[in-house]
Design a protein around this ligand. Structure first.
Ligand SMILES: Cc1cc2nc3c(=O)[nH]c(=O)nc-3n(C[C@H](O)[C@H](O)[C@H](O)COP(=O)(O)OP(=O)(O)OC[C@H]3O[C@@H](n4cnc5c(N)ncnc54)[C@H](O)[C@@H]3O)c2cc1C
Length: 547
């Protein structure tokens, strides 16, 4: 292995220099993984990235209203107090440009960009058992060889544009929120049709409504939302964050979801109806994702969940003046937080504007797109100049399966995952030696404030590679038995919660036609998961074979 980082830029293609580690993706995950392998272990490591800059999610998602749902003081790296002290977020929930600036600040501060090759999409990766190396091919046809292959491709990075017949005939413009044009979109004087009311759609509606001539929102699945109560951070809060860096991280690392708030250890039924209402009102006034932290059983017990759900539905009915619109918005068919729980800035209030209307496509589905707009099954056409697809992502597996990844004996990842993703700890797939997947399916990932699981995975992978190096181990590969055990545990953890009850959720792959319905993230909680991974390492990497 190389003893120091290659200083020649990201140019070790075409066999001019074999890599120790190749990382795919330059978002939160890829940046930290590069830093750990290059600067802590001294490996020759490179990142390949499709985009022409760092940032991942925050590079691609530039839609109106795009911002973080995690609080800014928690949505950042925790591995370096130096970075935390040098950077200051301006708002409780930073907007996309600010998070992108933050990730560029980190990349520059750690001098990472020289080892990232931008505008380079990986299309194929093939394991060669004879030499115990991965051969990675880019879209431009270049081939790189590496010992370790690490995917940092993101859980929500493959845009899902629904295949609606007639889209190609549409006379206007259409955009997916996850592939938003860098120059922005001018909605002035335009009739806009927005399809999708998940977290992204809920962020976009109030902002698009400010300038569009008319905005028609097409809702298939009604959704809960809690106000973000976003605001600039006060100097006192900024000081608190810097002074209490370690304590805030300790709390985040100890909670099931990596957020900086603690879930109360009480049941919904430990308190009187009046007291429960008071607790919900206080949580509503505070705003944000911690609404669910008032009670421990909101995601475990349907009756407990119903109390939160009813409270939130009543808030919708109060916010929206037109009773028919309010009822369509409040007609929610899944438990609160069983789908990714959105937070908003005046989403429901936007429907009180004269230039915003709602279409219920559950009762009258979209049939086709015509040159003029959107045709419903009833025959009604909604004319539009611009269509915005806020339809989310081929989540968790999409970015993997768009590449042709082949492990031992030519086994394709597509074949290994044909019935849904199967791996051990969300970190490794049997038959794919020396390949690690950061926040892969089967890990807590999207159920958390993601910098926490990302850092945990990167640090675990780094320690594992270091262990291999120190012990003269060349190959690490998980076993089919370990995979079977982990998949069973992931299912068991999901089934202990209400999460699988949102049948149309992307957690289950249900937003992509034909995708296997498997609950993908690990619902057992981040703190418990960390302990399991630590125990596996302490027991000599139990469940892996090292040769
Ligand atoms: C709109 C939106 C809002 C979000 N808000 C929050 C939030 O509030 N809190 C939270 O915790 N999480 C949030 N997330 C999740 C977010 O994805 C993670 O927090 C985090 O940014 C993931 O970082 P990552 O590096 O793992 O993946 P990403 O940021 O997705 O980066 C993956 C990178 O891999 C690259 N890539 C993929 N395939 C290839 C290939 N074949 N070749 C080369 N490059 C490739 C992509 O171009 C991308 O740049 C949000 C996601 C979205 C989409």
């Amino acid at each position: 292995m190389a003893s120091a980082a290659d200083k020649s830029g990201a140019g070790t293609a075409n066999g001019s220099g074999e890599l120790d580690a190749l990382i795919i993706g330059a978002g939160f995950s890829g940046l930290y993984q590069l830093h750990c392998l290059r600067d802590k272990l001294g490996l020759r490591a490179k990142v390949l990235e499709t985009a022409d800059g760092v940032g991942g999610t925050w590079y691609w998602n530039r839609y109106p209203g795009a911002r973080c749902d995690s609080e800014s003081h928690s949505y950042c790296y925790g591995f370096s107090e130096m970075l935390a002290k040098e950077w200051e977020f301006s708002e409780r929930y930073p907007q996309q440009p600010e998070i992108l600036r933050y990730l560029n600040f980190v990349a520059d501060r750690l001098d990472l960009k020289k080892d990232i090759r931008f505008k380079t999409k990986v299309v194929k990766a093939q394991y060669d058992a004879a030499v115990n190396r991965w051969h990675v091919t880019t879209e431009a046809g270049e081939r790189l060889t590496t010992k370790f292959l690490i995917t940092a491709v993101g859980c929500l990075s493959t845009a899902n544009v629904p295949k609606i017949p007639g889209l190609e005939s549409f006379k206007g413009q259409w955009y997916h929120t996850g592939l938003w044009p860098h120059e922005g979109v001018d909605f002035r004087g335009k009739r806009v049709a927005q399809i999708g009311t998940g977290s992204t759609g809920i962020q976009a509606v109030p902002v698009i409504a400010e300038t569009a001539q008319h905005l028609t929102v097409f809702q298939r699945t009604a959704n809960y939302s809690v106000p973000a109560h976003n605001a600039p951070l006060t100097p006192e809060f900024k000081k608190y964050v810097k002074d209490n860096f370690k304590e805030i991280r300790r709390i985040m690392n100890g909670t099931p979801n990596g957020h900086p708030f603690v879930i109360e250890d009480r049941s919904v039924f430990d308190v009187s109806d009046e007291e429960r209402e008071r607790i919900y009102e206080a949580a509503w006034a505070k705003g944000g994702l911690q609404f669910r932290a008032g009670f421990r059983d909101i995601l475990l017990n349907k009756k407990a969940n119903d109390t939160a759900a009813e409270f939130l539905k009543n808030k919708i009915r109060k916010a929206v003046k037109d009773p028919k619109t309010a009822e369509i918005l409040a007609n929610i068919d899944h438990p609160y937080a069983a789908k990714r729980p959105p937070i908003d800035s005046f989403y429901f209030e936007a429907f009180n504007r004269d230039n915003v209307s709602l279409v219920d496509v559950r009762s009258d589905p979209i049939e086709a797109i015509t040159p003029e707009g959107i045709l419903l099954r009833s025959g009604k056409v909604h004319e539009a100049d611009i269509i915005v697809f806020a339809t989310g992502f081929d989540a968790m597996t999409g970015a993997f399966l768009r590449m042709d990844i082949r492990g031992r004996d030519g086994l394709t990842l597509a074949k290994a995952w044909e019935a849904g993703p199967r791996n051990y700890l969300g970190l490794q797939v049997a038959g794919f030696p020396n390949m690690f997947t950061i926040t892969g399916p089967g890990s807590p990932s999207v159920l958390c404030n993601m910098p926490v699981p990302i850092e945990q995975h990167v640090e675990w992978i780094t320690a594992c590679i270091d262990h291999m190096r120190k012990n003269g181990v060349d190959t690490i590969e998980t076993t089919p038995e370990a995979v079977d055990g982990w998949v069973a545990h992931v299912n068991e953890a999901a089934n202990a919660t209400l999460l699988p009850e949102a049948h149309h959720s992307w957690y289950l792959g249900a937003n992509v036609p034909g995708k296997p319905r498997v609950f993908m993230p690990y619902a057992g909680g981040m703190a418990r998961y960390r302990q399991i991974c630590d125990d596996v390492a302490a027991k000599g990497y139990e469940g892996f074979v090292m040769t």
